[in-house]
Design a protein around this ligand. Structure first.
Ligand SMILES: Nc1ncnc2c1ncn2[C@@H]1O[C@H](COP(=O)(O)OP(=O)(O)O)[C@@H](O)[C@H]1O
Ligand SMILES: [Mg+2]
Length: 353
């Protein structure tokens, strides 16, 4: 077998599901799950031989629309086809396709600089795009009017900042922009800021200010809520409270696009997660199956003759049954584990786990 290293000109030629998608350069040898060999791969005896470091360089891909692409779905909450955004020569979003259903909580995961905020703010109508099609609640954010905007709730990554107004005044002022707002005091209760209603915005702690941002985002009774890193700076208790707030909004039918660094948050809240790296979506899946997690070999470990033993297996039940027959009582320190969301995520973005 030839131990070749292949040049990968750009990631655009990779087939969906290719392990090198978005991160050529990270693998030396890998079993390729793509049924047909894509142009990154030289298949030899089932092996897909990758890679070339140079291909990691961000480069301006051709931004023209792909004629084979399905048109965006006007019935989806968000439908994106071939989205591209450049800052000067730097390509921040590089041909992104995504559909988010109505009523869904979708989490966009990715390292700093991956293009999450750029993508979200294009959907909000805050940033322009260089190429691609975007429909949000059936309309193009670049051209949509006030009635469309009134259906959105927005929690920006940067937040509301300092204010001389009190918390209640800020939420009331925001409510006044919307045709059918929620009751501001109920919203303060929902985000746990009732006790701080009379306090000036600028004297809140970081976590409280973030909760105020969320209050400002939901007071307009949005159909679609954008939350860009909403829990950064929260302590664990505040994060849990926030999660239950998100769940209660979901029960009211609110669609949410959330970006986060916290994998446990994505796992706890999201119906589906999308992993974005270098401006491209590497995978979209339900959290339990991201990166083939649910079918990845399980690792069975136990203690035997004073030593820790472990075995990776696709049939953990059979191994556990075998162990149970070998030990008279409990199998010492028996554990069965599969890759965590963090393990598969780090692998996807090319970090060692
Ligand atoms: N206004 C801007 N001007 C120039 N570069 C920008 C601007 N906004 C974002 N970028 C760059 O685009 C890339 C993606 O940024 P961003 O969308 O904020 O990523 P994320 O939210 O995933 O951290 C980063 O490399 C960032 O430095
Ligand atoms: Mg961001």
């Amino acid at each position: 077998m030839r131990a070749a290293t292949l040049l990968v000109p750009t990631t655009e030629e990779l087939e969906p599901g290719c392990p090198s998608a978005g991160r050529p350069g990270q693998f030396s040898r890998k079993i390729c799950p793509v049924p047909v060999a894509c142009s990154c791969a030289q298949r030899e005896g089932g092996d897909c031989v990758l890679v070339q470091k140079d291909s990691l360089l961000p480069r301006a891909r051709k931004l023209a629309a792909d004629p084979g692409r399905q048109p965006p779905d006007a019935d989806a909450a968000i439908s994106i086809r071939g989205l591209a955004k450049r800052y000067g020569d730097f390509v921040a979003v590089d041909g992104l396709d995504l559909d988010i259903r109505r009523g869904e909580i979708f989490a966009l995961l990715g390292p700093n600089g991956a293009g999450k905020t750029t993508t979200v703010e294009i959907c909000e109508g805050y940033r322009s795009r260089d190429a691609g099609e975007v429909l949000v609640l059936g309309e193009d954010p670049a051209a949509a009017g006030r009635r469309w905007k009134a259906q959105l709730g927005i929690v920006l990554q940067s937040g509301a900042g300092e204010s001389q107004l009190t918390v209640r005044e800020l939420v009331r002022a925001q409510a006044s922009y919307y045709p059918a707002p929620r009751d501001p005091d109920e919203v303060l209760e929902l985000v746990g800021l009732t006790e701080k209603a009379g306090v000036r915005g600028k004297s809140l702690s970081g976590g409280q200010r973030r909760r105020l941002d969320v209050a400002l985002g939901i007071v307009g009774r949005p159909t679609l809520l954008f939350l860009d890193e909403p829990t950064t700076g929260f302590d664990p208790e505040a994060r849990r409270q926030f999660w239950s707030l998100i769940r209660s909004l979901r029960e009211l039918g609110t669609t949410m696009l959330l970006t986060t660094h916290y994998l446990d948050e994505a796992e706890a809240l999201a119906d589906r997660v999308g992993v974005i790296t270098r401006g491209r979506l590497v995978e979209v899946a339900v959290p339990s199956s991201l990166g083939g997690r649910e079918t990845a070999p399980a690792v069975v470990s136990w203690t035997e003759d004073g030593a820790r033993r472990s075995e990776a297996t696709a049939a953990p039940t059979a191994l556990v049954r075998d162990l149970a027959g070998r030990f008279p009582g409990e199998v010492p320190d028996l554990a069965v584990t599969r890759p965590t969301l963090e393990d598969v995520y780090l692998r996807m973005i090319g970090e060692p786990s």
